[in-house]
Structure formats: structure tokens, C-alpha cells
Design a protein around this ligand. Structure first.
Ligand code: 0O2
Length: 221
């Protein structure tokens, strides 16, 4: 039988990083399987592409400092939730909620927290759906629940976030007012684009269905 081992017992950095990398592999494979199954059943891919990354030590220390915690393995495991990160890029906003539901239904994943920055965008204009999950990692003599942050967004939201991240980084958080305002305006344009693409896709689907119906009706006659 597997004994559940606490993170506190796993004290070396290498072991911790091994766990986060394993968690990324587990979650990555899970998501690929969900995507393949969806393709198989509905002839449609909800995921455009998947990106995974492990947070750099510098970035982990920076976040701990921001929260006011000392740099320690214990604190990083407890307070930094996005050491292992998966980004799911999809075509349409509707895919985001479809994927979130599919992830929530995976019985071996525990959903620890959800932040819906699509319904409630950040002040910057940032939109994305964040899920914090934990996945059990089976080692030779123990099982360790490991946290993974999943960010789900459309191609358009990802385009905005990537560029905003690059621009904002240069200002280290102190961007002039007019730049923040313009970036926010761009976020709104991106949302309009997403809405348009979604309704276009719905119109196309509807039109295809109508054509199919006409075909079957004419066959009957
Ligand atoms: P990186 O470089 O992507 O790793 P926080 O708000 O950061 O103190 P928490 O709980 O992690 O704490 O916040 P949240 O909002 O759930 O997730 C933070 C992550 O979301 C960020 O990670 C970014 O990846 C993304 N994010 C949040 N807000 C913005 C934004 O305004 N612009 C962009 N481009 N991305 C954003 P890190 O660690 O900040 O950075």
C-alpha cells in the first residue's frame, strides 16, 4: 500500500522539481487524451496547442518576496501555486468552459481553486481562466499530491497576454498611464474579435446543419 507522504518530508530542491516536472507530464498527457477523444467523437479539437513550463528559481523567489515570505522549500511549495504551469490555448471562448468542465470531471485531479478572469477581467485588461489542480504522483514508495496551475485562454487572449507581458516587463510595473490605457483598449478589441469569431463559427455550424437537413430531405423524396 502507498503511504501518503507530506511535502515537508521531501526536502531537497531536486526532488521537488522532479515532482513538478512529473506533474506536468501527467496533466499534459491527460489533456492530450481529452483532446484526442473529443476529436474522435466530435471531429473537432477544442485545444489549439498546449504549453508547459516550470517556473524559474528567480521567479519563484520573486513571488515569495512579493508575498513577504522567506525563501524556503516549505514556503515555495505552500505559497507559490504556479511552479508547474500548463497553458491551454483554444479557438473559441466556448471551448474554454468546455475544457474546464472536462478537467473538473477527471476523478484523480482535485480542483483546489478557480479564478475566472474572463467573467472578471483584471484591471490590466487580462482575460484567462485559471484552475489550480493537484495531481497524485505515484512514486516507488509513496504518493505525493502536486499542484499544477492550468491557464485556459483563446488564441486572441494569448496574443494580448504575451505582448502585454513583454511590454509591461520593460516598465517593471510602472508603465505610463497612457500605455496602460492603450493596452486595456487593445484587450477590448481582442474581446470583440473573440465574440465575432464565436458567432461566425456558430453561424457556419448552423448553415452546415441546414444544408445537411436539406440533403436528407431531398433523398427521402
Ligand atoms: P509568469 O511570468 O507568467 O509566471 P499574483 O496575482 O501573481 O500575486 P496568483 O494567485 O498566482 O498571484 O495570481 P493569478 O492571477 O491567479 O495568476 C498569475 C498569473 O496569471 C501570472 O503569473 C501570469 O501568468 C498571469 N497574469 C495575471 N495577470 C496578468 C496580466 O495582467 N498580464 C499578463 N500578461 N499576465 C497576467 P506570474 O507569476 O505573474 O508571471
Amino acid at each position: 500500500e502507498h503511504a501518503i507522504r507530506n511535502y515537508e518530508d521531501v526536502d531537497s530542491w531536486k526532488t521537488i522539481m522532479f515532482l513538478y516536472n512529473s506533474a506536468l507530464k501527467e496533466v499534459g498527457t491527460k489533456l492530450e487524451i481529452l483532446n484526442d477523444e473529443f476529436q474522435h467523437v466530435h471531429q473537432y479539437n477544442p485545444i489549439e496547442h498546449i504549453k508547459t513550463r516550470v517556473k524559474t528559481p528567480e521567479s519563484i523567489v520573486k513571488k515569495l518576496r512579493k508575498y513577504g515570505y522567506e525563501t524556503s522549500i516549505e514556503n515555495m511549495v505552500k505559497y507559490v501555486n504556479d511552479i508547474a504551469g500548463v497553458r491551454l490555448i483554444c479557438s473559441f471562448t466556448s471551448d474554454i468552459y468546455r475544457l474546464a468542465e472536462m478537467i473538473g470531471n477527471q476523478s484523480d485531479l482535485k480542483v483546489l481553486a478557480i479564478k475566472d478572469y474572463i467573467k472578471n477581467p483584471k484591471d490590466s485588461g487580462y482575460k484567462s481562466y485559471h484552475m489550480l489542480v493537484s495531481v497524485p504522483i505515484f512514486l516507488s514508495d509513496s504518493v505525493v499530491d502536486t499542484k499544477v496551475e492550468i491557464q485556459i485562454r483563446t488564441i486572441a487572449m494569448d496574443f494580448w497576454a504575451s505582448l502585454e507581458h513583454k511590454i509591461y516587463y520593460k516598465f517593471e510595473g510602472n508603465a505610463p498611464e497612457y500605455i496602460s490605457k492603450d493596452l486595456k483598449e487593445c484587450a477590448e478589441m481582442v474581446s470583440t474579435l473573440d465574440d465575432k469569431m464565436l458567432s461566425l463559427n456558430e453561424a457556419i455550424q448552423k448553415s452546415l446543419e441546414e444544408q445537411e437537413e436539406l440533403k436528407t430531405e431531398s433523398k427521402k423524396e
